[in-house]
Ligand binder design. Sequence first.
Ligand code: NI
Length: 393
Amino acid sequence: MPWTRSDELLDELEERLVEVRRDLHKYPELGFEEHRTQALLRAWLQEFGYEPRDCAGTGLVADLEPETGSQLPAIALRADIDALPIQEVSDLPYRSEHAGVAHKCGHDGHAAVMLGVAAALASMRGQLSRRVRLLFQPAEEGVKGGGGQVMVAEGALEGVSEVYGMHNWPGFPFGELRIAPGPVMAEEHTILLRLDGKGGHASQPQTCRDPVAAIAQMVTALNSITSRGMGHVGGAVLSISCIQAGDTHNVIPGFASLEGTLRCFDENLRDRLLERVREVVAGVASAMQVEADLQLERGFPILHNDKACAEHVRVAAERRLGADRVSAEGLPLVASEDFSYLAQAVPGAYFFMGAGREGRETPSCHHPEFDFDDELIPIAARVFLEVVRERCP
Ligand code: NI
């Protein structure tokens, strides 16, 4: 049973992988600035016989060829490696040394998982019937655009027929895996709206065109697009999360602005929702006699899991974790993720590893107190290895 060797290797490497994860945690880097991270990953990959090449600036692509030549196209496994612009609130011994930057989404853990996969796979070349490509992707958090799109543009998926990715998820029970075909994460649009009216003395509103009254109407009207309209069709969320207007109690300001987010799981619904946002903004602005400047900024696209790829993950995960620990419960998630660009380029599947501990509150991803759960490293690595095994008949 040669594949069991990979389990032994992961057991042997577990302590080192935890050390690496904590080292990455201590020295987090933002998107496209992951220079130290890249050097650390490169050194590890070289130690296990890989010849990684740079991609998307601070990312890496590492191929493992089967011992015997194969005609099958390669499969790719992807880990994201960047941190967030968040100040860490923690007394962890390995807390972030970089002010205002921290691994608050667990990409330090995702990178460590993939290093474990790399090491175990390198010893399994004799069992591979196709090339396996490991992708270490920078800039998932979208601080300066998405690294996934850049990796695809730079050819990271050339010769690859399917791609797999994973995210830890404190909202799901620890050690459980969630996978589903179809849309699993949302497309996001940022709404930026400025309303220009006419300011003046607050005692004389008849001489003004009040942008404060207009922005209040705007929030109610925009919220009604989903709550009173299309929210039930395929799922959509619209939230206005920021309003700015005025400076004091007796002055009607000249302008007001708001920001919000629109998310959905269906391209047709998305087009109609964006149309409704434009209609509502124009209508309310006209009624309230203010000028509207609306910008809709598109974020990452909808993440669609390929049906066959999702099934491969489900089968592999059930074999590894047991059928009672694998389900589609809780999907899709309304968060967004730039793995969607990879899954647009070739069929792919993205799964979630539960990280929520029973009996205590586990901070969610992006929370200042979040920390990746090290015990997930060998579990997630074994699932990835099992997916490779499933695809190497
Ligand atoms: Ni993340």
